[in-house]
Design a protein around this ligand. Structure first.
Ligand code: DAH
Length: 349
């Protein structure tokens, strides 16, 4: 076959192959078979070497012209295939009344919701919301809070140490010190955030959890102010006419110190003995559930930040947010707050 015949044959075969290509993928295979690196055209090009030198120039030009024509033919076929696909898409009938697939919307996590609600309550009473570091030197976690290095209370805050002096904070109380060091009284803050403790995880304990800390320091602050604010917070979070109860306790950074309980949100018994007869699986029949610790800021803590304890007094508290969530949502296992199970979270959204 002469070169001219060869090229004519190639173009004829290309046309046949294009005619048989049903989609863009098939068309691409055709392009590769003819014009690709080891395609048919390449073979023809190689044959130029066998021609006498005087004919090579014309042969090269003939091949280039043929290739240009073949490329144009492929482009044309490609455009035709695309147009055909578009036409058939347009022709498909769409039922616009068919119900849409509902989008899956996220929701605020219950822990975040409790934090936001608590902060909003305090902010409405003039408190500032402050956040601080989750890794703190032992000075802020302990020493400044009247817990010297040999104090047995350190044991109950045992945590994850990052170095000899830095640890993941076991409570949000360091924010009391950080705030008081930076500002003069009056101080009114809430400090929400993550805390870490080397606790074994079970239905009521997590090694990573959240607290909301509160601090009010000014002249003439007394325990009644604490009781009023915490009663208001409980009514905000649990509704109704929640009551609070203080049980004597011990924290090195407060004196006196108290554990705070509120009316069991499930049986609502609280201090009403008549209601307390039937056993309740939320409060164990006591009528109360525990929220956290509180007390009047210890004079040593005020002295540490340069406040005169003769002039200033204050209260503080720290509540566990997941614990609040357990009773607020009647959840059986605190680990559910960490598991990110959409079935659980959407029920509380
Ligand atoms: N920081 C304490 C804890 O995590 C809770 C606490 C108790 C905070 C008394 C306070 C307070 O601010 O006054 O166990």
């Amino acid at each position: 076959m002469s070169l001219t015949e060869n090229l004519a044959d190639l173009q004829q075969r290309l046309n046949d192959a294009i005619g048989a290509a049903a989609d863009e993928q098939a068309l691409e295979s055709v392009r590769v078979a003819f014009l690709g690196r080891s395609g048919d055209v390449t073979k023809v090009r190689r044959s130029i070497g066998t021609l006498p030198a005087s004919e090579r120039r014309d042969a090269g030009k003939a091949i280039n012209d043929a290739v240009a024509a073949m490329e144009a033919r492929l482009d044309e076929a490609h455009a035709a295939l695309q147009a055909r696909a578009f036409e058939s898409e347009l022709a498909a009938s769409i039922d616009v009344s068919f119900p849409a697939i509902p989008p899956k919307l996220g929701s605020i996590h219950p822990v975040r919701r409790i934090i936001e609600q608590s902060c909003a309550y305090f902010a409405a009473h003039g408190f500032a919301v402050v956040v601080g570091p989750e890794a703190e030197p032992d000075y802020y976690n302990f020493d400044a809070l009247n817990i010297p290095s040999d104090h047995p209370a350190r044991e109950s805050f045992d945590s994850f140490w990052l170095s000899d002096t830095m640890l993941l904070r076991p409570h949000t109380s360091p924010m009391q010190i950080r705030t008081m060091q930076q500002h003069r009284p009056p101080i009114a803050i809430v400090a929400p955030g993550k805390c870490f403790r080397r606790d074994a995880v079970d239905a009521r304990h997590l090694f990573q959890f959240h607290q909301v800390e509160g601090l009010l320091v000014s002249e003439g602050i007394h325990f009644g102010h604490l009781k009023g604010m915490l009663t208001g917070l409980c009514r905000e979070l649990f509704g109704g006419d929640q009551r609070v109860r203080f049980r004597p306790s011990y924290f090195p950074f407060t004196e006196p110190s108290a554990e705070v309980d509120t009316t069991c949100p499930k049986c609502k018994a609280g201090g009403t003995p008549a209601l307390r007869k039937s056993p309740c699986n939320m409060c164990g029949g006591s009528g109360w559930i525990e929220l956290g610790g509180s007390g009047m800021v210890h004079p040593n803590v005020l002295r540490e930040v340069g406040y005169d304890p003769e002039r200033y007094s204050g209260w503080a508290f720290g509540f566990g947010v997941e614990r609040l969530g357990l009773s607020r949502y009647e959840v059986d296992d605190i680990r559910r707050f960490l598991n990110s199970d959409p079935d659980f979270l959407t029920q509380l959204s």
